[in-house]
Design a protein around this ligand. Structure first.
Ligand code: MTE
Ligand code: MO
Length: 468
């Protein structure tokens, strides 16, 4: 295949739509799959790889790895990919991010340094528990490298402080598990940006994931020191991580002690994620899981816990992750006037089909898949979907998450087959969820717009096309 032209990764990347043509790479081949995809609507999953390498997707959907498929692919080959020089950039040793871990090429970065990424949204709802390598990543700083033998968790109390090793945590306490969602307050921010610009990463709908976390219950850890959380003095419990800002201050967060008491045995000092040691990006070796609460408080690389009369003084507690009304802008914002985000509001999203998807020719029905979740352990009791922009609704089928509706920390995945409006060439699919407190999502994003683009939980709308 030496006779074929060569293309750079950037050239391939620019061919990612029906208009430009859809190119993908596999090993060192470049393939134009535009016609193929249009003729085989069932094979639309391949579109996730538009402008990119198909290999990571094929490693997941490995049914494709057979000679017949390779043969079809070779018939679509248009060229070869230019060998990329792997020379390290000059000065790379000064790069504070040089020790960051390897990541799955399936993750879609919204920023690389620090690393922030979400999984392809269709893959997000394939499984109840998000596989570790697909779990969204939200880092504010370089990832610390921690040797388990050097690790210490310092817990400070009036009665003095005590430090626990990694082995102490794994061997001296009962193991407790909780299945819980972690969601960034900025999930679905990209919809808010369309109303008016905001400051923050341009997250789609997948800055959320669901995992089973195991470790030591916070209560047990404190009891070991003779401390009953019901009687502790102070107003807040503060958590600090090992990742540091250039001024040496660590990532930190706090929650009111009253909330810690309410959650009591559900707060986990975790050493396992889905049955494996926690991957570096997600807090190796130890992170805290505070179910039902915003991602920002689930401190990774946790090495300090203490009680305080005031909230964590970290930037992320005091000057970020707060809500404001839509008339507040950067000229008149007063961060001290607003309450820190903790338990999150009800949210849902359609993960399949995706925005601008081409449905099958003359399709009369569409299958929607997605997630719904609410903070504070409030279970999802109903998910409504519409295929006509919200004029008519039907209920989606909910997949039970096995948790009590009053302590529902995991998400609820759902599916629905919805008839399409007859004769329409395009339509807007909509989803909205209801939690056990009958909280509902706002119908539009305008009224909840805020300068940081947090808490973007309006009805989720996805426009799709129906070729005649
Ligand atoms: N903990 C530390 N130490 N440093 C961080 O940057 N990011 C927080 C939280 N814990 C962060 C952290 C934010 S804002 C979110 S949304 C979650 O981690 C993301 O967790 P994940 O990367 O495991 O998905
Ligand atoms: Mo976050």
């Amino acid at each position: 295949r030496k006779d074929l032209p060569t293309y750079s990764a950037a050239e391939v990347a620019s061919h990612n739509s029906r208009e430009t043509g859809i190119w993908v790479t596999f090993q060192n081949g470049v393939y134009d799959i535009t016609e193929y995809v249009l003729q085989h609507p069932g094979g639309k999953k391949i579109l996730m790889a538009s402008g990119k390498s198909m290999e990571p997707f094929w490693n997941v959907y490995s049914v494709h790895k057979n000679d017949e498929v390779y043969e079809i692919l070779e018939s679509l080959r248009i060229g070869n990919i230019v060998e990329v020089a792997t020379k390290k950039e000059a000065g790379a040793t000064d790069d504070p991010y040089r020790n960051d871990p390897e990541r799955s090429p399936l993750l879609i970065p919204s920023s690389k340094k620090p690393f922030n990424a979400e999984p392809p949204q269709q893959m997000l709802v394939d499984r109840f528990l998000t596989p570790n390598h697909l779990f969204f990543v939200r880092n504010h700083l370089p990832v610390p490298s921690v040797e388990p033998k050097d690790y210490r968790l310092d817990v400070s109390l009036d009665s003095g402080s005590k430090s626990f090793t990694y082995d102490d945590l794994k061997s001296k306490f009962d193991k407790r598990s909780v299945v819980a969602v972690t969601q960034c307050a900025g999930n679905r921010r990209s919809e808010m940006v369309k109303v008016k610009p905001v400051k923050g990463l341009n997250w789609g709908s997948a800055a959320i994931s669901n995992a089973k976390w195991s470790g030591v219950c916070l209560d047990d850890l404190l009891l070991k020191q003779g401390v009953d959380i019901e009687k502790v003095r102070g107003k807040y419990i503060v958590f600090e991580g090992m990742d540091k800002q250039p001024d040496d201050s660590p990532y930190g967060a706090s929650i009111p002690l009253e909330l810690a008491r309410m959650l009591k045995r559900d707060i986990i000092i975790a050493y396992e994620m889905n049955g494996e040691p926690i991957p570096r990006d997600h807090g190796f070796p130890i992170r805290v899981i505070i179910p039902g609460v915003v991602g920002a408080r689930q401190v990774k690389w946790l090495n300090k816990i203490y009680f305080s009369g005031e909230e964590s003084t970290s930037h992320w507690q005091r000057r970020d992750y707060k809500g404001f009304n839509s008339s507040i802008d950067w000229h008149n914002v007063d961060f001290d006037s607003s309450v820190s985000i903790s338990q999150l509001p009800v949210i849902s999203a359609i993960c399949e089909p995706e925005e601008d998807a081409e449905l099958e020719e003359g399709a009369e029905e569409v299958t929607l898949r997605g997630y719904a979740w609410s903070g504070g352990g409030r279970g999802i009791i109903r998910v409504d979907v519409s295929a006509d922009g919200g004029k008519t609704w039907q209920e989606a089928r909910l997949k039970p998450n096995g948790q009590s509706p009053y302590r529902s920390y995991a998400w609820t995945l759902w599916e629905a087959d919805v008839p399409l409006p007859t004769g329409a060439r395009s339509t807007t699919l909509v989803v909205k969820a209801v939690d056990i407190s009958y909280n509902v999502q706002p119908d539009s994003v305008e009224g909840i717009w805020n300068l940081r683009g947090c808490l973007s939980n309006a009805w989720h709308r996805v426009k799709v096309n129906i070729p005649a």
